[in-house]
Design a protein around this ligand. Structure first.
Ligand code: NAD
Ligand code: HSE
Ligand code: NA
Length: 436
């Protein structure tokens, strides 16, 4: 047996991910030591209550409620408590005491990322966070390392498993949002309070992290345009299906040049959108996640797999830990987060995409021409049109697909349609994403 030096690791939080990290560290100690060239010594696990019952048995002598003392003297701190505080303060303390940090805390990184990265850079510490987006799926490291020599143009991500499960269920069974959510809760996919998932907040945090990394620009979560799935109806999903599309909640990070000013900027946004069934993201079923990356030289790439789960996410945490530990063996500072580009973050009104608009209108001569004029007046070009007549009320339902249009022009078109005397109602507006 080779005598390795020890690297002291403190774990903060032993919930669904932390307890699996502890178990794997304890079970795989020898194997990890051989891979790293040093032994990982788990010096302690900070928990809220050392006597609380646990699904994973952990050595009692490692448990402590004193997280602050635990991090002093640790070489690497793994933060898996979640939430903004005390996680933020503890990570800052860890870094200032000379430790590297691994965290899966998307809420914290999307809110206080720049402060934490700056603190780490100041002392040459590493802050790694593969678990924060897409759970086990390698996406942070590919963006930061493998694609470091390429230019990322666009990312389309299905980064929330709960909402993907719900929308997939609506698509495959015709269920309403309420029924699909009830199934997700029953099967343990949705939290008791599903607001963060169905409101798009969780996906927006991940979009902020991905956009910051991909575009070397700090994109805080409050600059991410966010719409959740609460407005998605069974009728919308059915209509999308008839047209060959599926509705997905997408986190979109895009590099854009303003057509009028030529100014380059970035957009980060989350909303439900129609994706054509031929697009690889359409085949992402159940609670899986996938991140579709379009890079200038590499072309399209897709990263796919389990976006959540305690043991799966622990894999991402251990990957970061091993990478940092190897650096401890070799020496040298950590990789700083790059925000050198600092491109402007553009408002939603300045993006362009395609739209599908469902309109209820009178079934009378000239109605279609009037509606077509409203689109033309706002410079929005119509691509497809599907019309069905309801014999009972004598009204027409029109589903109009546009070509690429500016969001602000589309919003004005929709307002003008709603005001038009021939239009009974604008029943729904949904964006269409995933075009070349
Ligand atoms: N569960 C997943 O599938 C998943 C996936 C990706 C990322 N993450 C992220 O990983 C982190 C952990 O997630 P989780 O699912 O394990 O959460 P969890 O709620 O199961 O575990 C968090 C644990 O931290 C403990 N804790 C909180 N504050 C503490 C404090 N001040 N002192 C000591 N212990 C404290 C809690 O008691 C709890 O046991 C979160 O940031 C989460 O967003 C989780
Ligand atoms: N609530 C998240 C967990 C992973 O971040 C999801 O549904 O994907
Ligand atoms: Na990941």
């Amino acid at each position: 047996m080779i005598e390795y030096r020890s690297i002291r690791v403190a774990l903060l939080g032993a919930g669904s991910v932390g307890s699996q990290v502890a178990r794997l560290l304890l079970e795989q100690g020898d194997e990890l030591a051989n891979r790293i060239g040093a032994r990982i010594e788990l010096v302690g696990i900070a928990v809220r209550d050392v006597d609380a019952p646990r699904d994973v048995a952990l050595p009692r002598e490692l448990l402590t409620t004193d997280a602050e003392s635990l991090i002093l003297g640790a070489d690497i701190v793994i933060e898996l408590m979640g939430g903004l505080e005390p996680a933020r303060t503890l990570i800052l303390k860890a870094v200032s005491s000379g430790a590297d940090v691994v965290s899966g805390n998307k809420a914290l990184l999307a809110t206080h990322g720049p402060e934490l990265f700056a603190a780490a850079e100041q002392v040459g510490a590493q802050l790694s966070y593969e678990a924060a987006v897409g759970g086990a799926i390698p996406i942070i490291r590919p963006l930061r390392d493998s694609l470091a020599g390429d230019r990322i143009d666009r990312i389309l991500g299905i980064v929330n498993g709960t909402t993907n499960f719900i929308l997939d269920r609506m698509d495959t069974t015709g269920a309403s949002l309420e029924d699909a959510l009830a199934t997700a809760t029953e099967l343990g996919y949705a939290e008791a309070d599903p607001t963060a998932d169905i409101g798009g907040y969780d996906a927006a945090q991940k979009a902020a992290i991905l956009a910051s990394l991909a575009f070397h620009t700090s994109v805080p979560v409050d600059r991410v345009h966010r719409e959740g799935i609460t407005g998605v109806t069974a009728a919308q999903v059915e209509s999308a299906k008839r047209a060959g599309y599926v509705v997905k909640l997408l986190a979109i990070c895009e590099r854009l040049a303003d057509p009028e000013t030529g100014e380059e900027g970035v957009s980060a946004r989350v909303y439900p959108a129609m994706v054509h069934r031929s697009h690889p993201l359409a085949a992402v079923h159940g609670a899986n996640n996938a991140v579709f990356v379009e890079a200038a030289a590499a072309g399209p790439l897709m990263f796919y797999g389990a976006g959540a789960g305690g043991v799966q996410t622990a894999s991402a945490v251990l990957g970061d830990l091993v990478a940092i530990a190897r650096r401890h063996v070799l020496g040298g500072p950590g990789t700083a987060e790059s925000t050198h580009a600092e491109l402007p973050v553009l408002e939603i009104g300045r993006i362009t995409t395609r739209y599908a608009i469902t309109i209820e209108a009178a079934d009378q001569p000239g109605v279609l021409a009037t509606i077509a004029h409203v689109f033309a007046d706002h410079g929005v070009s119509v691509g497809e049109l599907e019309q069905t007549i309801n014999d009972e009320n004598g009204r027409a339902t029109l589903v109009i697909g546009t070509h690429e249009a500016r969001e602000s022009a589309l919003a004005e078109t929709v307002a003008a349609l709603a005001d038009s005397p021939v239009v009974t109602s604008v029943a729904s507006v949904i964006r269409v994403e995933g075009a070349e």
